[in-house]
Write a protein of this length. Sequence first.
Length: 130
Amino acid sequence: MTSSRPYLIRALYEWITDNGLTPYVLVDAEAEGLHAPLEYADNGKLVLNIAPRAVRDFMVDNETITFSARFGGHARDVFVPVRAVLAIYARENGQGMLFNEREDGDDTPPPPSSGSQGKGSGKPVLRVVK
């Protein structure tokens, strides 16, 4: 299956802006393919204001987030791979979502454990499904 991350980013962006709040994304500043003003990064992380009033030509597709914005008075084009997005949240109240640093499609199911919780033990076994 394709990654759910771009769909969740689009949905949360819409939800945050519909509520009159300011959407921010937290980005891995060391991600491959990132084109952003890295001079504003702190500890390998970059926070970007993606509010409609702060950016132009904003677009989120299944692979990238692109927009133009002003940084220090200079217009810059920003290109963020979706896999580099660590979180999207509202500046005013922090509501949003934190993503795993691993890409959604990279997870493999854990190997079956040997022990008393195998078939026939009568106990339910839970596993994380993404």
